[in-house]
Design a protein around this ligand. Structure first.
Ligand code: SIN
Length: 514
């Protein structure tokens, strides 16, 4: 999977020529009427019981690209009931049967990869080359967990009493609610749904209101792959209904667990809502990733890594570098190289050839980025490039921005900007860099560049994050555990650990054996 993201790096570096050449470039690729635009409950494509709908907009130009059901609590109740009924059958299928259906789902997703990427660009604004990369990345979780679902094992443990046998097995937890974000509309669904389904759980997917069309496509291929009715359910809703639906999923007695990717603020609300029922909870929340460039670093590699880590999905990525710490000896050289590269990034409608940076996803996102930059400037930060909305391109575009003279009281220093903004901080010693990097209550990803092998081990050990890129700006893949420490979340997705959130450990003692 790293290979997929390696494709993104040249796309960002070389105006995307090599990657984009292979991708269909026409904008407005889909007529809204041709897209599947319903929700999916108990094996049927349906509208909301209320008949209400909401519009899906293309962030690049504000055009309506879809109209989907605005479901509410009544519809969600129906989805929970269907998932619960289906669980009693699905949990008793063999691992081989589940694995085969997952594999078929993967094959269909791969077959329809190009179409999926186009839809993803249409509703998220992500450049097509990146959308294509996300689809490959997202598909890889289905492939990975189709393989891993056959590897769930138990133990027979040595008892200290001869007449007893100790058996340990892993069982599916039941119905799970998967609440997914708009920034990775494909991969965040498959990273949760594939392990849940492989473990024997049934799922209710609640995609973000900005990006339901990709979710609908994913579920369409799940249906074609042969998941029985009720095993995979999809509830779409507007922003207004999202909070109540999330609450119902967290509090419903028939739902065994929740897996959520999104902001730390919303994660805390769901954590509280799950407490009453002591629900199983997986949380992939926000970060404030440090990106440290030490004196010994290869600066060209560090600049490459800065661009790929920061500008992936226009900075709307929870593992994006947020605070850039540069050691004083290499500060000027690094900054010169970085400014040059950032100034050459091509920004525009993601469906157009060569575009490396699309729009932000919606108005709240644009306002947040503008607020963070304005706050920094009002407190003394200087702009090296960018620093304002790119209104000539459309309502939601923001120039790739570099800020210096960053201080501790600025929003860009303390919080995740989730946009195309680099904040530069000069430091003297390794200890100083680590102290500042760790002085935050979140800890998702961190990056550093160094050619000093002792420093590599020291800093890796001491950075307080769940994932580290050493001389590397892109670290996500199906095989590695994705997740954070501190307030960045609970649990791990992907890797051999990714099914743990969806299984209970059951211990059986067989006694009085003669
Ligand atoms: C995220 O930003 O939520 C996920 C990014 C990734 O999987 O790399």
């Amino acid at each position: 999977m790293f290979a997929t993201f390696r494709n993104l790096a040249p796309a960002l570096r070389l105006n995307g020529v090599n990657v984009l050449r292979h991708i269909h470039q026409k904008p407005a690729l889909y007529d809204a009427n041709m897209l599947q635009q319903q929700a999916f409950i108990n094996g049927e494509w349906i509208s909301a019981k209320s008949g209400k709908t909401f519009e899906v907009l293309n962030p690049a130009n504000g055009e309506v690209v879809g109209v989907v059901p605005d479901m509410d609590l009544e519809d969600t109740e129906a989805a929970i009931k269907a998932a619960c009924d289906a669980f009693h059958v699905w949990k008793d299928t063999t691992a081989k049967e589940r694995s085969q259906i997952l594999r078929e789902w993967y094959n269909l997703l791969v077959k329809n990869q190009k179409e999926m990427a186009e839809i993803l660009t249409l509703e998220s604004g992500k450049p097509l080359a990146e959308a294509n990369g996300e689809v490959v990345y997202g598909n890889s979780f289905v492939e990975w967990f189709s393989e891993l679902s056959r590897q769930i094992r138990g133990d027979i443990v040595q008892s200290s009493v001869p007449s007893k046998k100790i058996l340990v097995q892993h069982q599916p937890i039941g119905v799970v609610g998967l609440i997914t974000p708009w920034n990775f509309p494909h991969a965040m669904i498959t990273r949760k749904a594939a392990p849940a389904l492989g473990a024997g759980c049934t799922v209710i997917i609640k995609p973000a209101e900005d990006t339901p069309l990709t979710a609908i496509q994913i579920v369409k291929y799940a249906q074609e792959a042969g998941f029985p009715p009720g095993v995979v359910n999809l509830v779409t809703s507007s922003r207004a209904n999202t909070g109540p639906i999330g609450k119902l999923l967290c509090e419903h007695h028939l739902v065994a667990g929740i897996s959520f990717t999104g902001s730390t603020a919303v994660g805390k609300i769901l954590y509280k809502q799950c407490a009453q029922g002591v629900k199983r909870l997986a949380l992939e929340l926000g970060g404030n990733a440090p990106f440290i460039v030490f004196n010994s670093a290869n600066l060209d590699k560090a600049v490459d890594g800065s661009i790929t880590s920061k500008f992936r999905n226009c900075g709307q990525t929870c593992v994006s570098a947020n605070r850039f710490f540069i050691q004083e000896k290499v500060y000027d050289e690094y900054v010169n190289k970085l400014v040059h590269r950032v100034k050459s990034l091509k920004i525009g409608d993601g469906s157009q050839e060569g575009v490396q940076l699309g729009p932000l996803v919606n108005e709240p996102q644009l306002h947040k980025v503008a607020e963070f930059v304005n706050d920094a400037v009002s407190k003394g930060a200087k702009i090296l490039t960018g620093g304002k909305p790119a209104t000539h391109l459309g309502k939601l575009f923001y120039e790739p921005t570099i800020l210096t003279d960053i201080k501790e009281d600025m929003l860009v220093y303390n919080q995740e900007v989730f946009g195309p903004v680099i904040s530069l901080i000069k430091f003297k010693t390794e200890k100083e860099a680590l102290d500042i990097a760790n002085s935050t209550d979140v800890g998702l990803a961190g990056y550093f560049y160094s050619e000093d092998v002792s420093q590599i081990f020291r800093v890796s050990n001491n950075l307080e994050v769940g994932m580290i890129g050493v001389n590397e700006g892109i670290i996500s893949c199906a095989e590695a555990p994705f997740g954070g420490i501190k307030q960045s979340g609970l649990g791990r997705e992907g890797s051999h650990l990714g099914m743990e959130d969806f299984t209970y450990v059951k211990y059986t003692c067989i006694g009085n054996l003669s």
